[in-house]
Design a protein around this ligand. Structure first.
Ligand code: COA
Length: 161
């Protein structure tokens, strides 16, 4: 009820925090709505308790609205996923989530960041390019799609000074 009231009056600024393992089910649900191969609640929970994984969640008006997850190895990291609930997209939430996340990765000593993205995913590619990521490779037939089709992945990289 409080969440509904907050949404009705606009919700204020989004809150971004380190994700907690109790958010695993919400993350798995949001991820599953966006990707053909989803993650189980258990898979997400094991990521959230993994010390090499950095995770942030975004709430708007108290409602769970998005997340970003990265895995670190030495001074490099890979962004595993970033998702904003469809109903809240286009408001700059992913940009804010990614900016904060990149700042935390930099503070942990990460020097280079990588990710893979479907080459047809225009919103994500725009988000990443604006955040300074550049294409370093292309992997054909990387993502399985419904109906036996596939899509290529772009590998993007961003160095953190
Ligand atoms: C990618 C995603 C996280 C962007 O979330 P968002 O909160 O809508 O993004 P923002 O509002 O912060 O916008 C970020 C940029 O993406 C652009 N963008 C957002 N929606 C877009 C759309 N439908 N088409 C084209 N560009 C779009 C914005 O214009 C903005 O670019 P700009 O700063 O140059 O204007 C969201 O679309 C999503 O969750 N998609 C499904 C999951 C996914 O594909 N994740 C990435 C996979 S690696």
């Amino acid at each position: 009820m409080i969440g509904l009231l907050r949404r009705l009056i606009g919700g204020g600024a989004p809150q971004i925090r380190a994700a907690h393992p109790r958010e695993a089910a919400a993350i798995a649900k949001l991820h599953g709505r966006s990707f053909h191969r989803g993650w189980s609640d258990e898979e997400v929970e094991s990521l959230l308790v993994d010390r090499s994984v950095l995770a942030h969640s975004l709430r708007f008006g108290g409602v769970f609205t998005g997340f970003v997850l990265s895995r670190c190895a030495a001074d490099e990291a890979e962004i595993l996923s970033i998702v904003v609930d469809r109903r809240y997209q286009g408001r700059g939430f992913a940009r804010q989530l990614l900016n904060l996340h990149l700042g935390r990765l930099a503070a942990l000593g990460i020097k280079a960041l990588f990710l893979e993205v479907d080459e047809n995913n225009a919103p994500a590619i725009r988000l990443y390019r604006a955040a300074g990521f550049r294409e370093v490779a292309r992997r054909p037939n990387y993502y399985p799609l419904p109906g036996g089709r596939t899509a290529a992945a772009l590998v993007l990289r961003r160095d953190i000074a």
